[in-house]
Design a protein around this ligand. Structure first.
Ligand code: DLL
Length: 426
């Protein structure tokens, strides 16, 4: 679809969804009235900036069903995300919402080159988390064969991967690494697997991490993006060019705003991603602040798709650490570590405040062949990594080298940061 055609479609859908929330959902109506906007003010997609934002707190305040725009009798499924504190966020889907979710999911898996002759293992969690059922619906829609194994039991995961002749694996990138490590440890040669494609998302991961995973598993690793509030996996996907995540902007309209002021940024500039669902019925969201930081690329992709792409998520506004006044993203640390030959892509950041000064420590696993009892050699490694990180981050961390496979692995989203300052009052 050309941009003009798509803008026309987006405008038509925006008018419809704004009417839907205005007439069916009191909190939206109240907020729009306060902002002095009515559905009559919304004509084209460019009018979207007149509408007030929705944020995560709104979903908590109206927990569980206060933001629905359909009667409960039309809701056929709920999903929820626990978040880190407080009440979960609950989202309701109508039958049509699920059909659209399956359709956008199918677009993703088709872009990864998969089809009805392929076996796909879904190792995202099934349940309230959207990963398992989302990927599952997408694979069934393209006619592929699903192995719905969910998370856990790594030995069985490996057995299924091999014995079912699995071509594509869906899980978090951190779990993919763990699986690669476990396959290596099991001694089963990679030739016994038919694995070619990885469908990885649910947490930020860098291009350097992609190369690690691709090398270890001998696959092509693609990004899949989604979030509970909009729809799970399927909001966007990479194509064979692996140069940005195509967003399904005919269903989910993206904007980038300055995370502090909420003002739209110039096209192509980085900031916070905001989505408006253009076709959802159960719980449409208007200008939802995702907290995810990225930028949008409007040029046509070499694959031929005309949809807008987003750069890899660099982190979330709430993931950003401010250490001694310097902004640090875990993804920057990941890039440096993955690019350095001697280290495994496993690390853990601890930030604390001692005597009114921030401390910043990174534990990092050294590869087996470089982990020695030669103290000078290890000190040299430690120093060179601290130096590299200093030049990228602008602040020097304390490096603690640890044995390979000693840091905790995760089956879902990997936790890489402990900020002890959060618990201190000063
Ligand atoms: O993680 C949905 C999902 C499941 C996406 C499986 C992809 C695969 P939530 O638990 O609500 O939903 O978390 C959403 O995870 O706002 C991002 O911060 C992060 N995230 C999701 N996908 C990616 C990705 C699912 N591909 C939050 N790259 C989002 C970076 C991602 N971050």
């Amino acid at each position: 679809m050309s941009r003009d055609e798509r803008m026309e479609l987006q405008s038509k859908r925006l008018r419809k969804v704004v009417e839907r929330v205005y007439y069916n959902c009191e909190p939206y109506r109240d907020r729009m009235q306060k902002a002095g906007v009515t559905p009559a003010d919304i004509n084209t997609i460019e009018d979207i900036v007149k509408l007030p934002f929705t944020c995560k707190q709104d979903l908590r305040d109206y927990y569980p069903f206060g933001l629905l725009s359909s009667p409960m009798s039309e809701i056929v499924r709920v999903h929820a995300s626990s978040g880190t504190t407080g009440k979960p966020i609950v989202v309701g889907y109508t039958r049509n919402d699920l059909a659209i979710w399956n359709e956008v999911g199918a677009r993703c898996f088709t872009a990864y080159g998969l089809g009805k002759n392929d076996v796909v293992q879904v190792s995202y969690g099934y349940g309230l988390f959207t990963g398992g059922l989302g990927a599952h619906g997408a694979v069934e829609t393209i006619g592929g064969t699903v192995v719905p194994i969910s998370t856990g039991n790594t030995e069985k995961q490996i057995l299924m991967l091999r014995d079912m002749g699995v071509k594509a694996l869906c899980c978090t990138p951190s779990y993919a690494l763990y699986l690669a490590e476990s396959i290596e440890k099991s001694g089963i040669p990679m030739e016994e697997f038919k694995l070619r494609v990885g469908v990885f998302g649910a947490e930020p991961w860098t291009n350097e991490m992609r190369r690690e995973i691709e090398k270890k598993l001998g696959i092509k690793a693609y990004d899949i993006y989604g979030l509970t509030e909009i729809c799970g996996p399927g909001v966007g996907h990479e194509c064979e060019c692996q140069c940005g995540t195509h967003l399904h902007e005919d269903h989910f309209f993206p904007e980038i705003v300055n995370p502090e002021t909420g003002e739209p940024v110039e096209p192509g500039q980085p900031g916070e991603l905001v989505f408006t669902t253009l076709t959802k019925e159960g719980m449409p969201l208007i200008r939802f602040r995702t907290h995810d930081l990225t930028r949008l690329i409007y040029d046509k992709c070499e694959c031929g798709r005309t949809s807008v792409r987003m750069e890899k998520i660099m982190g979330r506004c709430d993931d950003m650490l401010i250490i001694r006044g310097v902004n640090v993203f875990p993804s920057q640390v990941e890039s440096v570590i993955c690019e350095t030959e001697e280290f495994e892509p496993h690390f853990f950041i601890t930030v604390d405040r001692v005597n009114n000064t921030d401390t910043f420590e990174i534990q990092v696993e050294v590869k087996e062949q470089y982990y020695t009892s030669d103290i000078n050699g290890m000190l040299k490694l430690q120093k060179s990594l601290a130096h590299k990180l200093q030049s990228v981050l602008g602040i020097q961390p304390t490096i603690r080298l640890v044995e390979p496979r000693s840091l905790k692995r995760s089956e879902g989203k990997q936790k890489r940061v402990l900020d002890k300052r959060v618990f201190k009052n000063d």
